[in-house]
Design a binder for this molecule. Structure first.
Ligand code: 13P
Ligand code: SF4
Length: 303
């Protein structure tokens, strides 16, 4: 912590000078999450915050699609990305042509697109969703068949709880797809009494083996409400690190998987973009306008 202190001090001072805020995703490392973020949360919470926060500059401590979402919702603000290569395997799995392909295959079905996508893909979709509102949004569609892109596991997990015929694009998250149901069964056997909590980007048999599944904010709420003696979070490693000190009564145990994209963000890079103004995220205004309709439709349904 001591070695981080000069960076934290410099970043917090520069934020005031630039009238900037840092939006930190739950998967940021603790020194970013606790040390410099003004608002922390899951994808939905950060998108909603981007649209109503009073600031000239947003530094997105997260991945690129999150920064694009902030720019789409706040075109008048400067949005800075500490590392332009902080991508996402889901966002890279589909282009707008993929949406056209699905529309041609399932004519008339609405397209519900996960926010983990580029602005072009959002613009080609009817509405967005995050893992915290996906079921609600799919169920609210008028059509019996609903297209979900690009996460096949999120789609399968939604389908298992919905009366809709959910068809989907075959994308996946490289972090959550690594977990297997066998891992969870073995872990439970070796560590009886541990509560297993999985993100819905995990395969359905993993989710079925878990005690609870939810978005990163859903996971925080579940652990806060339930306060299990021991918990294993079947998600990105920083999630447990960030909430462990708020919940000293819970013992966070077990292995975790690291997101190589989220881990590209560091205090040094945040300081650099705040100082230099480099790495501004821009979205073509025509694309942004269409993408905004998809994101706003989701936000309106989630309030
Ligand atoms: P949340 O919306 O649950 O924060 O998920 C974002 C993400 O990228 C998970 O891998
Ligand atoms: Fe994308 Fe998975 Fe990383 Fe989230 S954890 S940013 S879904 S690769």
């Amino acid at each position: 912590w001591v070695t981080y202190a000069p960076y934290v001090k410099a970043i917090n001072a520069l934020k005031k000078e630039r009238n900037a805020v840092i939006l930190g995703h739950n998967y940021m490392t603790p020194e970013i999450f606790h040390g410099v973020s003004d608002f922390v949360g899951d994808s939905l919470q950060l998108a909603m915050k981007a649209s109503d926060v009073d600031a000239d500059v947003i530094v997105q401590a997260g991945v690129h699609f999150m920064a694009e979402t902030s720019k789409i919702l706040s075109p008048q603000k400067t949005v800075l990305m500490p590392d332009m290569d902080a991508g996402c395997s889901l966002a890279e799995s589909i282009t707008a042509a993929g949406i056209d392909e699905m529309r041609a295959k399932y004519s008339g079905a609405p397209v519900v697109t996960y926010v983990n996508t580029t602005a072009e893909v959002k613009a080609a979709s009817d509405i967005c969703c995050t893992s915290s509102n996906a079921l609600q949004i799919v169920n609210a569609m008028e059509s019996d068949t609903v297209i979900m892109t690009p996460d096949k596991y999120l789609a399968q997990n939604v389908a298992s709880q919905s009366h809709k015929n959910v068809v989907y694009w075959p994308g996946s998250c490289i972090v959550h797809e690594q977990y297997t149901a066998k891992d969870l069964r073995e872990f439970r056997e070796w560590n009886p009494g541990t509560r297993l909590i999985a993100h819905p980007e995990c395969p359905p048999d993993v989710v079925a083996e878990a005690d609870f599944s939810g978005s990163t904010s859903g996971i925080l709420k579940y652990v806060t409400d339930e306060k299990p003696e021991k918990a294993m979070l079947i998600t990105e490693c920083s999630m447990a690190s960030n909430i462990a000190d708020r919940l000293p009564e819970v013992d966070f145990v077990g292995p975790c998987n690291m997101c190589p994209y989220m881990k590209k963000i560091s205090l040094e890079k945040i300081l650099w973009v705040l100082h230099s103004g480099e790495n501004e995220v821009l979205v073509d205004p025509t694309v942004a306008e269409k993408a905004r309709q998809s994101v706003q439709a989701m936000i309106d349904m989630s309030r």
